[in-house]
Each structure stands twice: as structure tokens, then as C-alpha cells.
Design a protein around this ligand. Sequence first.
Ligand SMILES: C[S@@+](CC[C@H](N)C(=O)[O-])C[C@H]1O[C@@H](n2cnc3c(N)ncnc32)[C@H](O)[C@@H]1O
Length: 377
Amino acid sequence: MKGQETFFISCAPHVVPWLKQELDDLGYMPFEENYTGLFIKAPFEKCMELNFQLTTASRVLWLVDKFTATDQKQLYNKLSRIRWSDYFSEKKYITITSQTNHPSINNSMFLNQLCKDAVVDFFQSHYNIRPDSGPLRSEVVIHLHWQENKAWVYLDTSGEQLNKHGYRQNPFKAPVQENLAAAIIKATAWDKKCTFINPMCGSGTFAIEAAMMAGNKLPLLSRSNFGYMHLFDFNKKKFELLRSELALKSNFENMPAIIASDNNGYAIKATRENAERAGVDAFIEMTKCDFTETSIPDGNGVIVINPPYGERLGENIDLEALYKSIGDFFKQQCKGKTGFIFTGDLNLAKKVGLRTSARIPFYNGTIECRLLKYDLY
Ligand SMILES: C[S@@+](CC[C@H](N)C(=O)[O-])C[C@H]1O[C@@H](n2cnc3c(N)ncnc32)[C@H](O)[C@@H]1O
């Protein structure tokens, strides 16, 4: 495919401003945005760079058709008229994902099936062959969005979603998604020069993402499979060239201090193993201690704490004391820093007892959360 193509870059709700910032840094100007992503124009081959470089994105979707479909029959007919054989071989394994609010569909599996039938029937009628299909996002992934009688048909150039950055095989307890952690760090406006401190680090996601950001190391650069690799337009030479160019850009000289602590030894073990896998273990100081004993160097710094927020009855009592002690810790030990608490429980957050200077909304899965900012004079 030559010329400008349309891509929809999707992300978690509320992540759009940080994704936009990343696109801006790469020189892309979105022409439309909604709650879950942004549209840009770019030549096809740019999807390689986008998948590698966008740390806050979930998927890079290539728009291949857009049409009106008022009912399932019309949708099937229009889907089976797309010349799928222009994009990929009939030998490919196909996965369908979809999203809809159409009143005739109450199960997205059913819509996936309808779309799969249309694609497979296209190959059957033109080439007398039925491609293999199933749920693994290992080769060609087609994404259908059917909203208010309008259908958007995408080839998912990511394949497997970009949420996972590949280093976290040991998730410990209640970890945040890697792309959400990247967005949260961007929301703190950390300058990648001053100290980054992450007490209650769990599996180390924030500290690891921060180290990668500061060293300009792209988490997804070592990933070996993307959806775009299974499309005819994929050029392996350009892929290899781009990957080595981007690898050369990482630079760990002049790294800021990055500190991670947790009172659970297994959390520190998970952080160490995950950081090793990410290649940044040498740049993170890891300590098993109560958060109040975390070493806080002098000078400017950003502190990000993601405390537990229990949802079970009775658990809130201890947590109230914990949140109150975070407030005391901030007030007494963190003067001159900017403190952040990422939590899904705003009642607990009130126990911190300090005035917030910003309350930035996010979703952690289905839980509405806030990143609360405290200026610690
Ligand atoms: C929600 S988890 C953090 C998850 C982390 N953001 C991640 O992505 O893996 C909360 C962490 O706080 C730790 N924690 C709870 N109370 C603590 C305390 N008093 N001092 C230090 N760590 C504590 C727990 O061991 C747990 O790892």
C-alpha cells in the first residue's frame, strides 16, 4: 500500500492526553480523537515505529474499510466484499476481535463469528480455501467496531495487545498494566533527571518503566511477533533496520537515582527479576523495608505510591491507618519532593490528610482511579 493510511491508536480510558503527547514527540498530529484513542494518517510502514515507540498505547489499528450497516445481513455482506486477499494470504491464521453497541448483538463472540464467516467465505468463494481461525492473536488480527449503524474494519497491526511490555513474568500482587504505569509516569511530568522513588513497588512496574524512559530503552523492541508481520506489506529488511536504529538510541549514561522499596521480600524478588528481564536492574536501587524507611535523597524528586486498596469488607480499617501514615511520611520525610498516590479508593485517599494540587482520573481495568498529586513544600 502506498500513500497515507488511517490508523486508530487505542488506549485505556483517560490515557488519551499522554498518548497524544507521545504521538506529538514522534511528529504525528492526530486529526480526530475520542475517549479511547486517536486517529492519525501515516504510510503503512510507520505502524512498525508506532508499535515499538508508543508505551502508553493498547493497539495500533489500520483502518481498511468503513461503511454503514443497519443490520447483521448488511454487515456480513459488506464484510465479505472486502478484498481480504489484497492484505494477507489465505494460509494465515485469523483472529477476530470486536466491539459493538448494536441492539441486535448481546454477545461479542457472536459478532466475531459473523465477521469470521464473512472473511472465510470470501476466501472460500474466490480461492476455494477456508483459512484457519481462532482466539490466538498470533497472526492476522481483524478488529470490527460496529457503532450506531456504522462499521469500522481494522487490521490490528499490534496482534497481541501492547499493554504488556514483556518483562513482567512475575506479577506479584495487584500490578498495574505496564502501559498504564507508563501513562501515569507521564502524568507526573517527571523530567527523567531528578530522583524517582517508588515505595510499595510490588512487582516494580513504575520503577522499571521509569528506568526505561530515562534510558530511552523501548520496552517492546525485543518483541518478535506483531500483527503487521503477517500482512503482505510487511518488509522484513525495513523492520530489522528500524529495530537496530531504535536500539542505538538507548543511553544509560547520566541516569537519575531510581529507588524501589516494598515490605514484602517476594515483591522485591519480583522487582529484581522483572528489572533484569527489562535490562534495567543496574539502575534501580531495591530495598525490602517499610515504606516509611525508604531512602529519600535530598533535592528534587518524584515519589509515586500505589498503595493497596482493598475492596473486601473489613479491610478498610488497616488501610485507613496506612493511608494516614502515607500523609505523615510525605509531610515529615519528603519535603521538597512532589508526591503522588495512585488509588482506586477515594475515601481512603481522604485519610492522607494533605491538600491535593491535582486529581488526575484513570481506569485500572474496570476500577475508576485517581492519581493524586501533593506538593510537599
Ligand atoms: C497495589 S500493590 C503495588 C503494585 C505495583 N504498583 C505493581 O505494579 O506491581 C501494593 C504494594 O504495597 C506493599 N505494601 C503494603 N504495605 C506496605 C508497607 N507498610 N510498606 C511497604 N510496602 C507495603 C505490598 O507488599 C504491595 O506490594
